[in-house]
Design a protein around this ligand. Structure first.
Ligand code: ADP
Ligand code: MG
Length: 478
């Protein structure tokens, strides 16, 4: 029986799946389509040039080994790149997400039917009302389904999920402190925990409050002589979520009252969830006794998502909004916007806005134009020429030598180092970098980068040269 390319590729995928992370597998291997098998040459179709280069750079070893295992020692791999996205003849890239919950009316807000006595006022409610429910103040748009998991958030997410699905106070994560820089998903995650918890325990009371709001309510209570009401109100909560506690810094009285509320809830087996823009260890202007409480439970950080996770986040967002974009546009955005998720979303929104304004399909050219305006750092990028010039000056060799075929050691090293720096300091593709060095191909660039890395690891003098050159380049950017 003849083996088909589909079978071969299926078997390869089985092996690959065991050797890469799930996110990488979804991002880089699921979109591949096998198209031909002839004389031990397997041809696979990939959605873009960049995609192909990424595979070659990161997975060439794995691919090679896998193919040889399936097809024997002579096996080779060939790529077919889907080139023309704008003409609409390339297959759009789509992903199916099961159970996607858009946060609509499937989960109506279930507020705990708490009847409050006259003496306790709910600071979230306009005064004068006697019978009130404690509304959670959560936005149903934030849930676990639309919170993409990645290495950057795995611990925080899984601890959060445990807190959300177990009875309050029964996990070791109390308080759960989620910390990380701006736009990395703290608010999203803690709100998702709150929403999930409400679904599981509709009779319990969840409350989300920002530390600023908490502070203002407290000041108001002080003014109105209603501090007891304020305290009593917060004592009624089963899961208290306080966002951005770094704003408690240097507010001694607020910290004091929060300390007492914290203790009361914690002792009563209630759950506390806090977020902060830095680790509790690094919070300044906080009372020591409060800080030590924060360390009782679990502190989990959110980090900048890696490239694969950024792609997954963009795709999820596109899917939710019913948008389709060419794969290479998604890659371009994910590659260039690497600071935080809010900016990633912002880039996507400005892309869509511009496209509808111009009544134009979003292709890679338009994306480049828009994203360039979006990220200042792109325009501040150094050029490959500048890198070449800096390297050549350092080693005192003429610049045009970099483009020649000469194999003189000093020149080869300068050429390889220039490629290495071009890769690290610019956003050019390997193909474009190769072109700047007398039309070398991308695999030469990959090889050069590896050679430089080896030298850096083994040769102290070379390492110092690299450092010095890097410093010069860095200075020219900032
Ligand atoms: P922070 O509170 O840390 O400043 P946010 O929670 O407001 O950040 O997140 C910023 C934006 O990024 C929000 O729109 C949020 O929905 C989105 N976001 C953050 N993390 C993720 C994720 N893991 N998956 C999907 N979207 C995310
Ligand atoms: Mg936030």
């Amino acid at each position: 029986m003849e083996t088909t390319y589909e079978d071969v590729w299926k078997n390869c995928l089985k092996i690959i799946r065991d050797n890469v992370s799930l996110q990488s597998f979804k991002t880089w291997f699921e979109p591949i389509k096998p198209v031909r098998l002839e004389n031990s040459v397997l041809t696979i179709q990939v959605p873009s040039q960049f995609f192909y280069e990424w595979l070659e750079e990161h997975y060439v070893g794995l691919l090679r080994k896998t193919i040889k295992r399936e097809l024997g020692i002579d096996a080779r791999l060939e790529y077919r790149i889907v080139v023309d996205n704008s003409a609409g003849n390339a297959k759009p890239f789509t992903v199916n997400y099961p159970n996607y919950n858009t946060g609509n009316n499937k989960n109506p807000e279930v507020a705990a039917p708490l009847v409050m006595g006259n003496s306790i006022k709910n600071p979230f409610i306009i005064p004068g009302l006697k019978k009130v429910n404690i509304e959670s103040q959560l936005s149903p748009a934030y849930n676990f389904d639309n919170f993409v998991e990645g290495d950057c958030n795995r611990l925080a997410r899984s601890a959060g999920f445990a807190v959300a699905t177990k009875p309050p106070g029964t996990t070791a994560f109390n308080p759960l402190v989620v910390y990380g820089g701006v736009g990395l998903g703290k608010t999203h995650l803690v709100q998702a925990i709150g929403n999930q918890f409400k679904q599981h325990f509709p009779n319990k009371t969840v409350l989300y409050v920002s530390s600023e709001k908490f502070t203002n309510q407290f000041i108001e209570a002080l003014k109105n002589n209603a501090v007891n009401d304020f305290i009593h109100f917060y004592h009624l909560i089963d899961v208290l979520i306080v966002d951005d506690i770094q704003f408690f810094a240097n507010k001694d009285k607020t910290q004091d009252i929060f300390f007492h509320i914290f203790n009361h809830l914690h002792q009563g087996g209630k759950q506390l969830i806090l977020t902060s823009d830095r680790s509790p260890r690094d919070l300044e202007g906080m009372e020591e006794r409060l800080l030590s409480r924060f360390k009782w439970g679990l502190s989990a950080d959110l980090q900048v998502p890696d490239f694969e996770t950024r792609i997954a986040i963009l795709e999820k967002k596109m899917y939710a909004d019913g948008i389709e974009l060419p794969r290479e546009v998604v890659e371009f955005v994910a590659y260039n916007i690497n600071t935080n998720i809010r900016e990633l979303e912002g880039a996507l929104i400005s892309l869509l806005a511009q496209a509808s304004l111009n009544k134009k399909e979003i292709d890679i050219e338009l994306a480049k134009k828009i994203i360039k305006n979006f990220v200042k750092s792109i325009s501040r990028e150094v050029s490959i020429e500048y890198i070449q010039k800096t390297v050549c000056e350092h080693f005192e060799i003429p610049m045009d030598k970099l483009k020649e075929k000469t194999r003189k050691r000093a020149i080869v090293q300068a050429r390889q180092l220039s490629m290495f720096l071009a890769k690290n300091f610019t956003k050019n593709s390997l193909k474009v970098i190769g072109k700047h060095f007398g039309g070398r191909d991308h695999s030469t660039v990959i090889h050069s980068c590896q050679a430089v890395q080896n030298l850096i690891d083994t040769d102290g003098e070379f390492r110092d040269s690299v450092k010095e050159i890097q410093k010069k380049i860095q200075l020219s950017i900032t």
